[in-house]
Design a protein around this ligand. Structure first.
Ligand code: PMP
Length: 394
């Protein structure tokens, strides 16, 4: 069976060359005669590989020395919980005498994933969530990034949370600070280090991260742009590596060891057995990315791909056959969502007949979703564009 074009939203396409290399690594990792799924995580060879993966991320994203890079498991969903527990502990240590109804956690709601994260914060944090902005207040659906006048942050929150790219809804913050759909960094509370948390799961390594140094935590599951599921990458500012046990003595919630950023960092992400194979494949992808020009290259590449696809959808809109779901300016470069106004089943079947798979929208919202992660080539996007044109002509 030849490989098809995989427009899946995650797990998603990985570069063929990396998959071939990884297959060889399963038999023999770096000339050790032991396969990567068999070798000890404490071996010198694996430790050296993990160091290289860290430096590939640090170099390409320009991660400052104020921040640690951690490799963990539990996915984005695990981080919905971990950020709350660690940053509430940090806040407790900074303000030991806070009243019980403090502190507040600020959430910016732009789609299904930030909403899920806020639900978890409400569950774990005793309901103390303040919605700093909610795109649904200005539109029926999550179809745009709020404009800057629609945010209201708390004066001293324990954390401020946003999701850079909403994988289900196809909404993404703009990386251009002049855009009304950029994240409103200038509105955040002044003074002290910001407790800013960004879920970058579905845009990680697809472009530089705006104002990375101002973040307390950036996290991403690997299974979109860089590797298999099972690896979660964290960039954590060092003041957020807090003693969670000391915080618990002051009344903060206890934190499981595998979720404590300080214990993860203190053991160089080797508190327990890390996800060796996903780390390996991600490392191979990151090496390839660096050779091709890093995130600056991918930003241009991903913009070109998305522009082509949105242009084809626009042609379909003019014919009354397609409809983009997201307002202009807030459209994701990674997940392009639209509706087929005529016959959706026919559209999907026609794409599949041409070897283009996994374009059905998320089960909660329906429609079409074409994901354009780093490993999706321009030729593959051209094939989808040609198919859309054919579909709207006939
Ligand atoms: N955040 C975003 C933006 C996501 O796309 C996803 C998964 N698709 C998650 C969080 C949850 O990640 P996981 O399934 O790895 O827990």
């Amino acid at each position: 069976m030849p490989r098809v074009i995989n427009f899946g939203a995650g797990p998603s396409a990985l570069p063929d060359s990396v998959l071939h290399e990884a297959a060889l690594g399963l038999l023999d990792f770096n000339g050790t005669g032991i396969g990567i799924a068999e070798i000890s995580h404490r071996s010198q060879e694996f430790a050296a590989f993990l160091d290289e993966v860290e430096s590939l991320i640090r170099t390409q994203l320009d991660v400052p020395s104020t921040h640690s890079i951690l490799f963990t498991q539990g996915g984005g969903t695990g981080q919905f919980s971990a950020v709350v527990l660690n940053l509430l502990a940090r806040h407790r240590l900074l303000h030991p005498n806070l009243a019980d109804d403090e502190p507040v956690m600020d959430y910016v709601l732009t789609g299904a994933w930030s909403r899920r994260a806020s639900d978890e914060a409400r569950r774990l944090g005793g309901g103390r969530v303040h919605v700093a902005a909610d795109a649904r207040l200005h539109s029926r659906n999550f179809d745009h990034i709020p404009t800057h006048d629609q945010y209201e942050f708390s004066p001293n929150p324990a954390l401020i949370y946003y999701c850079d790219n909403e994988t289900v809804d196809g909404v993404q913050f703009s990386a251009d600070p002049a855009s009304p759909a950029s994240f409103p960094f200038h509105l955040l509370p002044q003074g002290g280090l910001l407790p800013l948390v960004g879920d970058h799961s579905s845009s990680f390594m697809s472009r530089p991260i705006p104002r990375l140094a101002d973040h307390a935590v950036v996290y991403a599951g690997a299974q979109k742009n860089i590797g298999p599921a099972g690896l979660t990458i964290l960039i954590v500012r060092k003041d957020c590596l807090v003693d969670v046990d000391a915080a618990a003595k002051l009344g903060a919630f206890p934190v499981p060891l595998t979720m404590s950023y300080k214990s993860m960092a203190g053991s160089s992400s080797m508190l327990n057995t890390p996800s060796i194979f996903p780390i390996y494949v991600s490392g191979l992808v990151l090496r390839r990315m660096q050779e091709l020009g890093g995130v600056q290259h991918y930003e241009q590449f991903n913009k070109r791909k998305a522009e082509k696809l949105y242009a084809a959808i626009h042609e379909g809109e003019e014919k009354g056959l397609l409809k983009a779901r997201v307002q202009e300016g807030s459209r994701s470069l990674m997940n392009v969502v639209f509706d087929v106004l005529s016959d959706e089943a026919k559209f999907i079947a026609g794409a599949e007949a041409k070897g283009m798979k996994a374009i059905k929208g998320h089960r909660s919202v329906g429609g079409i979703r074409v994901s354009l992660y780093n490993a999706v080539t321009e030729e593959q996007v051209d094939a989808m564009v040609a198919y859309i044109r054919e579909f709207i002509e006939t």
